[in-house]
Design a protein around this ligand. Structure first.
Ligand code: TYD
Ligand code: MG
Length: 456
């Protein structure tokens, strides 16, 4: 008999390779490619076929395709609806990822309690008793919720067949197993196979399905990346466990805009929509603090950037960035040193985004620069002023997207001025809100006009 060709698989992303590799060519992870042997190999092939079947529905004439958007059902949780793009669509499959303890099960239970129809809540992580206790704490003891402590995916589907719930919740996909497969729960083939079975069931019955997935320390979804392709929507639940707020982000959404952001506060009574703005302290102006508005999806958020410029010790001065890219900070330091005349080469620089938020929006550049200048000068910036603009290498301040939206959000929170590039200002910006300050270029010390009078 001919020797079967070996098969290797990446445990991080599920990509298959014909030979052993030190680094997975698909996802770039090191030491994750392992040989798949015997029964496992059969499992994988079976999982592959379940996966392809889950997507097979035969051709449909375009005019006959139902538009699911019309049937979007709000979940009853405002912040969740915002992230989902207005609610759930029949047959929608959502993957909810997040680190342990972030609040995935809490969100799931609150989702179940506010759902209009009956809900089947299958948990492989907790017993019915544990879930009941949590529901009591949350005041989420809706009679429509049916609990099933089960890890066998086929039994879950059987129960769902019988009960025909309006929503199926599974906590978590990594605890499930399919008895037809011989590999253990949580392995790549099991996760993929179970998710494919559940997805197929959700699509054929038109039932919305939510799968909870664990996230590894480096932020990737544990188990195969292929899950992300299988589902319609990937939600990431993030936040610092030491802060009260939690961010729910849509990383992918076939039924709405991606990168929408929901902000919750974790309280004694579970997750509640965050009030006001958790990332901005409305405090007295202090040296080194500048406010900006960043966009996450379509959500504008006022954020406080804090900078500290301190004399450096021997050696290379430090450039420490928390919540924003370190390379970007190094660049901004160089720009204001060369173009703005702020001496930083013998100073340590620390920049922090208040509230533990991670920002990528280049519109925050100007706030970083203003905060650095303010800290270096030891003077607070003018009161109630927003700083928005991308800073280029020549010291120019470039326009940012959606300036009117950002300015409106700032005005809502009581800001009265904005330092922004003139270019983005034409048209619809309600300029009367903001008396004039505008920074065209960080030439000389012009922007220092933005700092207040000498502060002791
Ligand atoms: P949990 O939903 O169990 O997290 P996950 O399923 O993502 O692992 O939430 C765990 C944390 O949430 C735990 O540290 C306690 C906290 N929590 C509250 O602060 N208030 C509450 O009402 C609930 C239910 C949990
Ligand atoms: Mg949990």
């Amino acid at each position: 008999m001919a020797k079967a060709s070996p098969l290797f698989e990446c445990t991080a992303c599920g990509a298959r390779h014909p030979k052993a590799l030190g680094k997975c060519t698909a996802c770039g992870a090191w030491d994750t490619v392992q040989e798949v042997r015997g029964s496992l190999k059969r499992d994988l092939q079976r999982a592959g076929s379940a996966f392809s079947q889950s997507h097979y529905s035969g051709p449909v004439a375009l005019p006959d395709v139902e538009v699911a958007d019309a049937q979007r059902a709000p979940t009853g949780l405002v912040e969740l609806d915002r992230v989902l793009g207005g609610g759930v669509v029949p047959g929608m499959v959502v993957l909810l990822g997040g680190e342990p303890g972030i609040g995935k099960s809490t969100l799931l239970l609150q989702w179940a309690a506010s759902a209009p129809d009956s809900v089947l809540y299958a948990s492989g992580e907790e017993s019915e008793r544990q879930i009941k206790l949590r529901a009591q704490r949350l005041g989420a003891e809706s009679p429509g919720i049916h609990l099933l402590a089960e890890t066998d995916v086929r039994r879950i589907i059987e129960e769902a067949e019988r009960m025909k719930p309006g929503l199926l919740l599974v906590d978590s996909i990594q605890t499930l197993f399919d008895p037809d497969f011989e590999s253990s729960a949580g392995s790549v083939s099991q996760v993929r196979g179970c998710a494919a079975l559940l997805t197929r069931w959700a699509k054929t019955t038109g039932t919305p399905l939510v799968l909870v997935g664990h996230v590894t320390k480096d932020g990737g979804l544990a188990g195969p990346k292929v899950l992300e392709h299988l589902v319609d929507t990937v939600l990431a639940f993030e936040g610092d466990r030491h802060h009260h707020h939690r961010l729910l982000r849509a990383l992918k959404n076939r039924f709405g805009a991606a990168f929408e952001l929901g902000v919750f506060a974790m309280t004694e009574r579970g997750l509640v929509p965050a009030e006001g703005n958790p990332f901005f302290l409305d405090a007295e102006p202090r040296p080194g603090c500048a406010a900006t508005v960043v966009l996450s999806g379509t959500r504008p958020m006022v954020v406080e950037i804090q900078a500290l410029v301190a004399p450096a010790g021997l050696g290379i001065p430090r450039r420490t960035a928390l919540g924003l890219d370190g390379q970007r900070l190094a660049m901004l330091c160089a720009v204001i040193e060369r173009r703005g005349g702020v001496q930083l080469h013998d100073r340590d620089v620390y920049v922090n985004v208040a509230g533990g938020l991670e920002i990528e929006d280049p519109a925050a550049d100007l706030a970083v620069v203003a905060a650095l200048a303010s800290s270096a000068a030891g003077r607070a910036l003018v009161e109630k002023c927003l700083f928005m603009g991308e800073v280029g290498l020549t010291g120019e301040v470039r326009p940012v997207a959606q300036l009117p939206l950002r300015i409106q959000e700032g005005a809502r929170l009581g800001f009265a001025r904005a330092a922004v590039p003139r270019l983005g200002l034409e048209g619809s910006v309600p300029l009367e809100l903001f008396p004039e300050i505008s920074v065209e270029r960080l030439r000389g010390k012009a922007w220092l006009g933005l700092t207040q009078a000498e502060n002791p």
